[in-house]
Structures are given as C-alpha cells and as structure tokens.
Design a protein around this ligand. Structure first.
Ligand SMILES: Cc1cc2nc3c(=O)[nH]c(=O)nc-3n(C[C@H](O)[C@H](O)[C@H](O)COP(=O)(O)O)c2cc1C
Length: 357
C-alpha cells in the first residue's frame, strides 16, 4: 500500500490516511465573522482526508487581519463551526481548527469597530492588504502589547480553544508561520521588547511556548499542533538567525509532547526546514509545500514525515484522496475565485466521478 494511505496516530488524533488538507483562508465568512452555510459542505466534501486543518481562524476580534475570515470567539461562530465538524465526522474524518492571530498584519477596515491592531512592537509591516471597503491599503501601524495584554492574548487563545472543543473539533493548530503574531514574537526584526517576551532568544520563544501550553491545558497536548516556516520573509518578516531561533524553539517543546509539528518548506535556500525538524523535533512531523502523491509517499517512506499536507490540490479536487488512489487526473483551480465570497470556486468543484458522469 502506498505509504500515504496507511493509517497513523498523531498524538491523540487517529488518522485513517496520511493525506492532510492544509489550512487555507478562503474569505467566505459572513456577518459577525461566522462561517457561512457553505463551509460545512466545503469541508464535509473533503472528509476523506486523514486530517483537515481549517482555514486560519481568529481567536478574538483583535486577531482578525483580513476581510471575511471566521472567528472562534462567539456563540454564533461556535454554532456554525459545529455544522462543519459534524459534516466532517459524518464522513469519517478528523478536523482541527487553525488558530491564527494576525497581529500587525491587518487593517482596521477589515475589523469590527473598536478592534485593535496589536503586535510585540509598534513596527508597521511594509506592504498592503485588501479590504472590501476601500481596496488595497497600507497595513495598520500596530500598538505595542503591554505585558498584561500579552498574557491576555494567550488567555484569548485558550478561551478560543475551549470554544473549539464545544464546537466539536478534534484539536487545534497554532499558526506560527507567515508573519502573523506568534512569528512576530519569534523574530528579531519584529520583536524589540525588553521584557519577559523579548530581549533575547528565550524571551522571543516565550509567547509561542506559553500559547501552546495554554492550548494543551484545554485539549491535552496530544490534540495540539504547531505550524512553522523558518526564515519565511512573507509579510515583511526578518529574523537574524532563524536556524538558531527554530532549533531552540523545537527543543524547548520536547517536554510538551505535541500531536504534531507542521513544517512548511522554507523559501530560503540556505534553510532546510525539514532537516531542522528531523533534528530538533522528536514527535510526529507533517511536511508541506509542493508535494504530489509520489513525493509525499517518499517523504514518509524515507522516515522523515509521519504525514504530508496538501493545500492547492484540495481546492478544485474535493475527492483528492480518491483521485490519488485511482490515479485520476487532478482538476485545476481558478485563481480569480480563491478569496471571493460565495459558492463559485468554493463548493462548485465537482468530484471526478460527478464530472465524468
Ligand atoms: C488560498 C490559500 C490560502 C491559504 N491560507 C492559509 C492559512 O489560512 N493558514 C496557513 O497556515 N497557510 C495558508 N496557506 C498556505 C498553505 O497551507 C500551504 O502551506 C501552501 O499552499 C503550500 O502547500 P501546497 O503546495 O500543497 O499548496 C494558504 C494557501 C493558499 C493557496
């Protein structure tokens, strides 16, 4: 049997295969940052994946950066997410919520009135962000979080995880990649703090470690994953010594016994993020970025990865697992509808069987 099709346990998560749906922001949430009715159909149609990691979801109103992204901090959101977890569980699948606090990456145009843009240090990211109101705008200049506010954000992650449990999720993944809040704490270019959450390597790691401890306090560490991409400059990130930062981070997590580490290939050719993960993280590793069925299987048989995640391939192929199993061709997705509201480009892609029939 192809290695990707063999069952595996990632901590307390029991996967029937090792083909994971990677997190993808799709900007279909409705008023109140509530997942739309389409979300249950979208995720339910992909339940044959060994594990689904949802789109990045903000743990609080302040954590929202982009337009139409869902939250996990209100009763209406919990109710809507419950329809998603039920649809995936009906299909025999397993689903974790990706918690994504954007920190300084955001615009007040995309946020509820009164919501703030917060970061470890008051440094604006270079670049622009799309808003429904006024199109492309500069990122907000963030406010520096005070020490009690940092602890408040960690408490918000924990509160959000409690809501995720109520909504029926099997676990949570902390998004610490792509230049969002946890990565802003980790990186020398965005963390100029002198208190316990900055001022040196151990201080920069503290936020991520304490977030993971807080999430583990809710779900148990065997249901908590972490996503990283060492050295990714996306969203104006810079770290002077990413290898040192991530090696120290991963070693400091050993005692936590997380469900998994989700590693994205580094765009920096000088950084082999997979080798780093192999060296410094003993638990289950999920590899991501640019894999197909063959190379994904090889990552597993080589002993490096427990599972492999696929993002873009799942967009136009709800039945990706079945297509891989049968050697059926993959459909291409339409870029224009990646982030637009509504069903088109979201729940409109047919399965291979439906398309052929
Ligand atoms: C439309 C789209 C939205 C994405 N949103 C997220 C997200 O919310 N959280 C995240 O961690 N990564 C996100 N990613 C990154 C993917 O999870 C993945 O790392 C990347 O697409 C590479 O994997 P692939 O080659 O299998 O597509 C997104 C990617 C795409 C294409």
């Amino acid at each position: 049997m192809q290695a990707l099709l063999r069952p595996v346990d990632l901590g307390a998560l029991h996967l029937r295969n090792r083909i994971i749906m990677a997190p993808m922001t799709r900007n279909r949430a409705i008023a109140g940052d509530v997942p739309s009715e389409l979300a249950a159909r979208y995720y339910g149609a992909r339940a044959a994946a060994g594990l689904i990691v949802t789109e990045g979801t903000q743990p609080s109103v302040h954590g929202k950066g982009y337009c139409r992204t869902p939250g996990m901090h209100s009763a209406a959101q919990v109710d809507a997410w419950r329809t998603v977890t039920e649809a995936v569980h009906r299909g025999g699948g397993c689903i974790v919520l990706q918690l994504m606090h954007c920190g300084r990456i955001g615009s007040h145009h995309n946020k509820a009135p009164g919501a703030r843009t917060l970061a470890p240090s008051a440094l604006r990211a270079a670049g622009k962000i799309f808003t429904d109101d006024v199109g492309l705008v500069e990122f907000d200049t963030p406010e520096e979080l005070s020490l009690p506010e940092v602890q408040g954000v960690i408490a918000e992650y924990a509160a959000s995880a409690r809501q995720a449990r109520l909504a029926g999720f099997d676990g949570v993944e902390l998004h610490a990649a792509s230049g969002y809040l946890p990565m802003q704490f980790l990186s020398t270019g965005t963390n100029l703090r002198r208190d316990a959450y900055g001022g040196g390597l151990n201080g920069r790691l503290r936020f991520v470690v304490e977030c993971l401890e807080a999430l583990a306090g809710v779900f148990g560490s065997g249901r908590v994953g972490l996503r990283i991409c060492p050295g990714n400059p996306f969203n104006d990130m810079h770290d002077e010594r990413p290898l040192e930062t991530y090696a120290a981070l991963l070693r400091s997590l050993e005692r936590l016994e997380l469900a998994y580490l989700h590693v994205i290939r580094s765009p920096d050719p000088a950084i082999d993020a997979f080798a780093l993960a192999r060296e410094c993280f003993r638990g289950a590793r999920i590899f991501n970025d640019g894999f197909d069925f063959v190379s994904g299987g090889e990552a597993i048989t080589g002993g490096s990865a427990a599972a492999v995640s696929y993002a873009r391939a799942f967009i136009a192929n709800p039945d990706l697992v079945e297509r891989y199993v049968n050697g059926w061709p993959l459909a291409a997705f339409d870029r224009k509808t990646l982030y637009t509201a509504g069903a088109e480009g979201y729940t409109s892609y047919p399965t291979h069987t439906a398309a052929a029939g």
